[in-house]
Design a protein around this ligand. Structure first.
Ligand code: ATP
Length: 326
């Protein structure tokens, strides 16, 4: 028989992403609405092991919906990968009577949550919080929209200076092994070329397209490269400089600005919906699912699937890049 969840722990884990605060706020306030005690677990699984667990009330999450980062902090914990580490973590939950968990993070955090849940029979609900958008079962992950919008604003500025000097800019964006930030920001800024790990880069094709652009007297050339792309922005720049010596090439790595800042409306909205539904899931007796949003409807994907399956990359989008930037 399912045990009724009476005390919920909420944490943010793995890489931070903007909008996590809005999700924490939603989990806390939905729990309190149902008269369920709720605890903030600080620094992810590390805080669970080190007993950094504190009761949350409505005011604990006041004035955070618009703030980047995470008030609960986040961390990566090697110790949680050991049975002893997880046992200590469980003991800390047990002594408070916490019998349901909401884990906001990426696939690594979901893996940890699932192993923990299977060992100690504590239902865990995952909320996808990652700027990389590489998790199956949800059209959105918390932080992606903000990261993309930050990249777009930065690339627009780079375009201005590129235009002033007739330069070619290679802009590297984040995303780890996934090319979604590059794909979305590249299309939205009119980049001529978008290089992503999901599609093999053909250097000859790239050189040819740049040569054509030169012939067409195209003044601004933007190449958006995902950080996970095998060849890498600097190496691509070196090849272009060698093959097209009259082209003035610059590399700009956007880096961590993409992780911070106030979340966009979309990120606040999806975080609020996911946080609310995560608590509802626990109260309905659901176990080990990720709360996602597909076609604007809530979607509940078993955590093991969310861990294994990657979001399918839409190669059709790459095809339209060439046509729209000609
Ligand atoms: P991001 O996608 O932003 O990197 P993530 O959640 O995937 O976020 P990870 O560092 O992969 O980040 O995982 C976060 C934490 O989850 C790890 O530090 C570890 O504590 C826990 N974890 C990951 N894999 C396992 C595992 N196999 N067993 C137990 N715990 C794990």
């Amino acid at each position: 028989m399912e045990k009724k969840v009476s005390k919920i722990g909420v944490m943010t884990s793995g890489g931070d992403s903007t909008g996590m605060n809005a999700a924490v706020r939603a989990v806390v306030r939905t729990s309190l609405y149902h008269n369920i005690e709720v605890f903030g677990i600080y620094r992810g699984f590390s805080g669970m092991i080190e007993d950094d667990i504190h009761p949350m009330e409505s005011r604990s999450v006041a004035n955070i919906i618009q703030r980047g980062g995470t008030i609960l902090k986040t961390a990566r914990s090697k110790e949680f990968k050991t049975p002893q580490g997880r046992q200590t973590a469980y003991n800390n939950l047990k002594k408070r009577g916490i019998n349901g968990l909401v884990v906001i993070g990426g696939d690594g955090s979901f893996k940890g949550a699932q192993i923990f849940s299977n060992e100690f029979d504590i239902p865990c609900i995952g909320i996808p919080g990652t700027i990389d958008k590489d998790i199956a079962g949800s059209d959105f992950t918390i932080g992606f929209d903000t990261a993309v919008n930050t990249a777009v604003q930065a690339i627009d500025k780079i375009r201005d200076t590129a235009d002033a000097h007739d330069r070619l800019f290679i802009v590297e964006v984040m995303g780890r092994d996934a090319g979604y930030i590059a794909l979305h920001s590249g299309i939205a800024t009119g980049a001529e070329n978008i290089l992503v790990p999901e599609s093999e880069t053909d250097i000859e094709d790239l050189i040819q397209s740049l040569t054509q652009n030169e012939k067409r007297k195209k003044l601004v050339n933007l190449i958006v490269v995902a950080e996970g792309e095998k060849i890498g922005a600097n190496e691509i720049a070196a090849v272009i400089e060698k093959r097209l010596p009259n082209v003035d090439v610059r590399v700009c790595v956007l880096g961590h600005i993409q992780r911070g800042g106030s979340p966009t409306c979309l990120d606040r909205l999806i975080a609020s919906r996911m946080g609310y539904h995560a608590v509802e899931c626990l109260l309905l007796g659901k176990q080990n699912v990720m709360v996602g949003i597909l076609n604007n409807k809530m979607n509940y994907l078993p955590l093991d699937k969310a861990i294994k399956e990657k979001e399918k990359f839409n190669n059709d989008w790459l095809k339209i890049v060439k046509i729209l930037s000609s």
